[in-house]
Design a protein. Structure first.
Length: 256
């Protein structure tokens, strides 16, 4: 196995844990092809992020991570009222003839449902299969689907196979959700393969708008795809406390 970057290695550790539920440091070090010292460092980082629990000589996966990996249809039902409220604000920020980018999140899908019924004439670029299917029913919306790899249980096309499309399009605004947001880490997610695509999306967009229910505020996940310096706006369903609002304002991030 080729040497992996730290984020890729930690994603692999979580994938192995998800399959085996409980592992020893010795066995896991062999599976990941790193020293036991390096592996212990990775396990400590993942434990600090709340993704696993260290045991004597090994680790077990936390329930929170397992729930985050639920199928798209299960995630679509979670906090749906909050996602609808966020989507209703997001559509107000879209203008006629805009070219927007939607990620493959369930929150972006709620925005797509509103756009389907709208009279807006726009172009939408997305890696979300469900989002593209939803939007193609509106004749006023041009839909461009970014190609990539489809995984079981996911409605996202992942990887960088289709990113050459992005080099040919001027994106006004990217609307994205995330597993977490913090001042230190910015917008973060679990899946490092989807994160790599999101990083390219962020770089291509003139503006980045994060759509986050309040449970994701102040938390972080494995990998960052947008730093605070790259985020223009955050739409959420509850008010930030004064300290956090002061911090995001310092980074020139608008909050709705």
């Amino acid at each position: 196995m080729d040497k992996l970057f730290a984020n890729e290695r930690r994603q692999l550790i979580l994938n192995i844990l998800e399959e085996k539920k409980r592992v020893t440091v010795k066995d896991l070090a062999k599976d990941v092809n790193v020293s036991e010292a390096t592996l212990r460092t990775d396990l400590n980082v993942l434990e600090e992020e709340g993704l696993l629990t260290r045991t004597h000589g090994g680790a077990v996966l936390n329930e929170d991570f397992s729930s985050s990996k639920k199928s798209f249809s299960e995630r679509e039902k979670k906090n749906r009222d909050s996602k609808i409220i966020i989507a209703q604000k997001a559509i107000e920020l879209i203008k006629r003839k805009d070219c927007i980018l939607l990620d493959a999140s369930t929150t972006a899908l709620e925005l797509a449902k509103l756009l389907r019924e709208s009279s807006l004439h726009i172009t939408v670029v997305t890696n979300g299969i469900s989002t593209a299917i939803e939007l193609k029913e509106n004749p006023g919306i041009n839909v461009i689907l970014i190609g990539g790899m489809a995984r079981m249980g996911s409605m996202a096309l992942e990887g960088s196979l289709g990113t050459n499309i992005l080099s040919k399009i001027n994106i006004d605004t990217m609307f994205t959700s995330a597993s977490g947001f913090s001042i230190e880490e910015g917008l973060t997610d679990f899946n490092v393969y989807e994160v790599e695509l999101k990083k390219i999306m962020v770089e291509k967009a003139n503006k980045v708008i994060g759509m986050l229910d309040y449970s994701k505020i102040g938390t972080s996940s494995i990998a960052t795809f947008a730093t605070c310096e790259q985020i223009d706006t955050i739409i959420t369903d509850k008010s930030f406390d004064d300290a956090l609002l002061k911090e995001v304002s310092r980074h020139d991030i608008k909050v709705y």
